[in-house]
Design a protein around this ligand. Structure first.
Ligand code: BES
Ligand code: MN
Ligand code: ZN
Length: 494
C-alpha cells in the first residue's frame, strides 16, 4: 500500500471510494456535513432512516452517491461519542479498511482522521487511521491460486487533509513504514513451516538489510554456534534436518558509540514439542512459533524504512523443534553459553532454551535496552487471551516505556510480576535450573528462567503467544508487536 496526502475537499474529491465517519449520537462533523450538503441532505436522511448504521465499526457502502465526485461513499459508524477511545477509533478504521479490501476497490480516499480522537493531535489520528487501514489490507497469496472474487489489497490510499505540513508527512511516512514492518511479520508468520525455515528467515533478514541504508547482516551456522558454546540453542536444533541460524541484523542510525537497543526474537519455525511431543490436534498452529522472530525482523524493517536516529541490533534464534534419534531428551543436562547448566524436563519448553543463548550473545552489544519477544507459553494465552501481550521486566522504567508505547499505537501489553518468589519453581538437584516450573504461573516461570541470563541487563520480555495470532482460527498472524516496538524506538529518538 502506498499512501499519498492531498488537500482537496472531501466532497469535491474524485476517487474510487471516499471514506468518512459518523457518531451515533452527535451531529455530523464538518467533513460529513459538507458531504451531506453536496448530497442535498441525503446523508443525514439515511442516518435518520437507519439505512446508514452508526454503531461502532458498522459500515455502509453507497454506490454512485449523488452530488459527489466519488464513485462510492463508505460511511463508518463510530458509536457513542462519550465511549470513543483510541482502541475503538482503531477498530472503526480497521473496519473501513476491511471493506475496501474485500470489495477489491484498489484505492480509496480517507477522511477518518477528521472525526477521530479529539484529545489526540491530527497527526496521531492520521497515523493511526493509516496503520489500521493498512492492517486490514492484507491478503495472503504466497502459496495459493487467486480466484477472481478474492479480496485485493489497496494499491493507493489517499489521505485528505486541510493543510499539508511536515508533521503530517512524517506521520504518514511512519505509518507507511509500520505497515511495511507488520506486513512482513504477518507474511513470515503465515508462511508454512516447510518454506519458512531458519535458513529462509536468515535470507529474508539479509534481503531487508540489503534494501536499506545503514544496515548489515550476519548469520551464525551450527559450527560457529558450537564454537561459542551455544549448547542450549543447539540442543533444540539437534532433532531437525533443518539447520539452525543465529541471525544478526544491525541498523546504525545514530553515532556509533551510542549503545543500541537489542531485540531478540524466538524463531522456532515449527514446534512439535520434540520428544515431549505435542498432541496432534492443532499442531499446525505451531508454524506460528517464529512470530517473535517475525516481529523483530518486521520492526527492523520499519526502523530502517523510517531511518530512525537510533542504533538497533536484532537477533533471531532460529531453529526447528523436532523429535529424532539425535534430538535432545527429557533428563538431559545442558551447559548453556554462559556456563549455567539446565536440566531439560520437557523438550517442549524449547523457546527459553534457544533464547537464553541468544540473550547471552546479546551482551556483547552492551545494549541500552535488551528485549526478547517470544510465543513462549500457552499459559500466557490463558492469562491474557488475544488482546494483550504479556510484559515482564524487573525495571519499572523499561516496563513503563513499553506499556506506554503499546498504548500510544494501540498494540498493547500488560505487565505481569516476575517476582523472585517464583524462581524456586525452577530448582532441581541435578543442574543450576530445570527448564520448566510446573503448572502455577507458567508464563512467569518462563520469564524467571530468562531473567537468569539477563541479570545485569536493562531487560524486558514480551510473551506474544496470545497476541501474535488467534489460536485455532484462520485469521493468520497479526504482525504484533511490530507497532509497539516501532513506537518504542520512535520514542527513544525524541
Ligand atoms: N510455543 C509453545 C507455546 C505456545 C503454545 C504458544 C500454544 C502459543 C500457543 C512453547 O514452546 C511451549 O510449548 N510451551 C509449553 C511450556 C511447557 C512445556 C512448560 C506450554 O506452554 O505448554
Ligand atoms: Mn514448545
Ligand atoms: Zn515453542
Amino acid at each position: 500500500m502506498q499512501t499519498i496526502i492531498n488537500t482537496n475537499n472531501a466532497h469535491e474529491t474524485e476517487t474510487t471510494c471516499l471514506i468518512a465517519s459518523v457518531y451515533a449520537d452527535q451531529k455530523l462533523d464538518d467533513t460529513a456535513a459538507n458531504i451531506d450538503a453536496a448530497m442535498g441532505g441525503s446523508l443525514q436522511k439515511m442516518i435518520t432512516t437507519g439505512d446508514i448504521r452508526t454503531s461502532l465499526g458498522k459500515t455502509t457502502l453507497i454506490h454512485q452517491p449523488h452530488g459527489l465526485k466519488a464513485e462510492r461513499l463508505l460511511i463508518v459508524g463510530l458509536g457513542k461519542a462519550d465511549e470513543m477511545d483510541a482502541a475503538k477509533f482503531n477498530q472503526a478504521c480497521h473496519a473501513a479498511g476491511k471493506v475496501i479490501c474485500e470489495q477489491a476497490l484498489g484505492s480509496a480516499s480517507s477522511c477518518l482522521h477528521h472525526n477521530g480522537i479529539s484529545t489526540q493531535s491530527i497527526e496521531w489520528n492520521v497515523r493511526q487511521s493509516v496503520i489500521a487501514i493498512g492492517h486490514a489490507n492484507y491478503v495472503y497469496t504466497a502459496t495459493k491460486k487467486p480466484k477472481p472474487e478474492d479480496p485485493k489489497v489497496i494499491g493507493t490510499l489517499e489521505v485528505l487533509v486541510t493543510a499539508q505540513s511536515n508533521e503530517i508527512k512524517r506521520a504518514v511516512a511512519h505509518a507507511q513504514a509500520i505497515v511495511t514492518g507488520y506486513t512482513r511479520a504477518r507474511e513470515l508468520g503465515n508462511l508454512p513451516p516447510n518454506i519458512c525455515t531458519p535458513v529462509y528467515l536468515a535470507k529474508q533478514g539479509q534481503e531487508i538489510a540489503d534494501k536499506y541504508a545503514n544496515c548489515s547482516y550476519e548469520a551464525l551456522n551450527t559450527e560457529q554456534m558450537q564454537a561459542l558454546g551455544m549448547n542450549a540453542l543447539l540442543g533444540v536444533a539437534r532433532g531437525s534436518r533443518n539447520p539452525p541460524r543465529l541471525i544478526i541484523l544491525r541498523y546504525m542510525g545514530a553515532d556509533k558509540d551510542q549503545p543500541p537497543v537489542v531485540l531478540v526474537g524466538k524463531g522456532i519455525t515449527f514446534d512439535t514439542g520434540g520428544i515431549s511431543l505435542k498432541p496432534g490436534a492443532n499442531m499446525d498452529q505451531m508454524k506460528y512459533d517464529m512470530c517473535g522472530a517475525a516481529g523483530v525482523i518486521g520492526t527492523f524493517e520499519a526502523c530502517a524504512e523510517m531511518q530512525l536516529a537510533i542504533n538497533l541490533v536484532v537477533l533471531v534464534a532460529a531453529a526447528e523443534n523436532m523429535p529424532d534419534g539425535d534430538a535432545y531428551r527429557p533428563g538431559d543436562v545442558i551447559e548453556s553459553m554462559d556456563g549455567q547448566t539446565i536440566e531439560v524436563l520437557n523438550t517442549d519448553a524449547e523457546g527459553r532454551m534457544v533464547l537464553c543463548d541468544a540473550l547471552t550473545y546479546a551482551k556483547r552489544f552492551e545494549p541500552a535496552a535488551l528485549i526478547d519477544i517470544a510465543t513462549l507459553t500457552g499459559a500466557c494465552v490463558i492469562a491474557l487471551g488475544h488482546h494483550a501481550s504479556g510484559l515482564m521486566s524487573k525495571s519499572d522504567e523499561l516496563a513503563d516505556e513499553l506499556l506506554d508505547a503499546g498504548q500510544e499505537i494501540i498494540d498493547r501489553a500488560w505487565r505481569m510480576p516476575i517476582w523472585d518468589e517464583y524462581q524456586s519453581q525452577l530448582d532441581t538437584p541435578f543442574a543450576d535450573m530445570q527448564n520448566i516450573g510446573g503448572m502455577p504461573a507458567g508464563s512467569l516461570t518462563a520469564g524467571c528462567f530468562l531473567s537468569r541470563f539477563t541479570k545485569d541487563q536493562n531487560w524486558a520480555h514480551l510473551d506474544i503467544a496470545g497476541s501474535a495470532w488467534k489460536w485455532g482460527t484462520q485469521e493468520g498472524a497479526t504482525g504484533r508487536p511490530v507497532a509497539l516496538l516501532s513506537q518504542f524506538l520512535i520514542n527513544r529518538c525524541k
